[in-house]
Design a protein around this ligand. Structure first.
Ligand SMILES: Cc1ncc(COP(=O)(O)O)c(C=O)c1O
Length: 316
C-alpha cells in the first residue's frame, strides 16, 4: 500500500478549523480524544464532475450536514462547527484543490488537544477532498457473506450516527468477509439483517424491493433515501421492514448502497447466487436512474446538486 505522499489522489490542501493549509501540515495531536477514544463524527460526500457544464456538483450536501449536526449533538461536542461554515469549507477545499473530476469529500469534527473520554471540547474540524472515480463493482457486482460479528445496538453505540467509534464494528465485519474475498452483511443481535460495514442493503423478492427499517441498526443513509425516492418514481414497490436471515436466500437480486460505492450489485450471499448470479434488471434500472440523478440529468432533483466552482468556471 502506497503511503500518503505516494498516492495519486493525495490533495494539495486540507482545511482545518476553517483555514486552508498544505495537506501535509494537517495533523492531529496524539493526546486528542478524537484519536484515542474515537470522539469524532464525520461525513462522506461525493462530488460529480460534469464536463458539459464545466462544473463540479456536491451531492445532497445539506442532508449530509444535517446528519453531521445530529451526530455532533448526540455525542455532545462544545461549540461544534455550523452547517453553514462546513458548507463553505467544502466549497473552499474543492476550489483550493482545483478539483475537476469525480471526487470524495470528508468532513470531520473531533475533540482535539488533551482530554479524557468525556471531554466535550475543544472541538476542531477538518475537510478534505480527493479524486475518486466510480468503483468497478458498480458494473461487476460483488459476493457477500453474513459475518459472525453482530451490529452494535442503538442503545450501546448507535449506528444511526456517523461516529468513528462505530467503525470498529464495521472493521471487524469487513475483515472477516475479506478472508472469504467477499463483502460483509451484518446481522442484529436478534438475527435480522442490518447493513454492511459502510452501506445499506436492498433485496428483491417477487419483483418488490425490501430493505431494513431505520430502526434495524443502520445509518440513516442518504443514498438509501435517494433510492427509495427513485424507486417510487419508477414504480418499483419498496417495503421497509425487518428482514430475516433466510430471506437473503429468497432474494433474486439485491444491491449494497452508500455514498462511496453508490450501488454495488450483490452477486451471491454465502456462496449462493442471487438469481443467475449477475446484476439483476431492477438493480440495473435503478443504477441508470441513480446515475441520471447524480449527474444532473433528472430535472426533478437538481436541488440536490450544489455547484462548487465559481460561476465563471460553470459557463459553457
Ligand atoms: C455504516 C454505514 N451505513 C450506511 C452508509 C451509507 O450512507 P450514505 O448513503 O449516507 O453514504 C454508510 C456510508 O456512509 C455507512 O458508513
Amino acid at each position: 500500500m502506497a503511503n500518503s505522499s505516494q498516492r495519486p489522489d493525495r490533495p494539495s490542501f486540507a482545511i482545518i478549523n476553517g483555514e486552508t493549509i498544505p495537506f501535509e501540515d494537517a495533523k492531529i495531536s496524539i493526546m486528542a480524544p478524537g484519536l484515542t477514544f474515537a470522539v469524532t463524527v464525520f461525513e462522506g460526500l461525493r462530488g460529480y464532475w460534469r464536463r458539459d457544464k464545466n462544473q463540479l456538483y456536491v451531492f445532497r450536501m445539506e442532508d449530509h450536514l444535517k446528519r453531521q449536526e445530529f451526530s455532533m449533538k448526540l455525542i455532545e461536542l462544545d461549540d461544534p462547527p455550523s452547517a453553514e461554515d462546513t458548507a463553505k469549507h467544502i466549497i473552499d477545499v474543492l476550489r483550493a484543490n482545483k478539483m475537476r473530476e469525480d471526487c470524495y469529500i470528508r468532513t470531520q469534527a473531533y475533540v482535539d488537544d488533551w482530554g479524557d473520554m468525556i471531554a466535550t471540547g475543544p472541538v476542531s474540524s477538518s475537510v478534505i477532498c480527493r479524486a475518486r472515480a466510480r468503483v468497478d463493482a458498480f458494473q461487476t457486482g460483488k459476493d457477500f457473506v453474513v459475518v459472525s460479528w453482530r451490529r452494535n445496538a442503538d442503545d450501546a453505540s448507535p449506528p444511526r450516527i456517523k461516529v468513528s467509534a462505530n467503525y470498529l464494528n464495521s472493521r471487524l465485519a469487513g475483515l472477516e468477509a475479506k478472508r472469504s474475498d467477499a463483502s460483509a452483511i451484518i446481522l442484529n443481535r436478534d438475527g435480522t439483517v442490518s447493513e454492511g460495514p459502510g452501506g445499506c442493503l436492498f433485496l428483491c423478492r417477487d419483483g418488490k424491493l425490501i430493505t431494513p427499517t431505520i430502526n434495524d441498526g443502520i445509518l440513516e443513509s442518504i443514498t438509501r433515501d435517494t433510492l427509495l425516492t427513485l424507486a417510487a418514481d419508477v414504480g418499483v414497490e419498496v417495503q421497509e421492514r425487518r428482514i430475516g436471515r433466510t430471506e437473503l436466500h429468497l432474494a433474486t437480486e439485491g444491491f449494497y448502497c452508500g455514498t462511496g460505492q453508490e450501488m454495488t450489485p450483490i452477486n451471491s450471499i454465502d456462496g449462493k447466487p442471487l438469481g443467475d448470479g449477475k446484476p439483476g434488471p431492477i438493480t440495473r434500472m435503478l443504477q441508470a436512474a441513480y446515475d441520471d440523478l447524480v449527474r444532473g440529468r433528472n430535472e426533478k432533483y437538481l436541488h440536490w446538486l450544489t455547484p462548487a466552482l465559481p460561476a465563471k468556471a460553470g459557463e459553457g
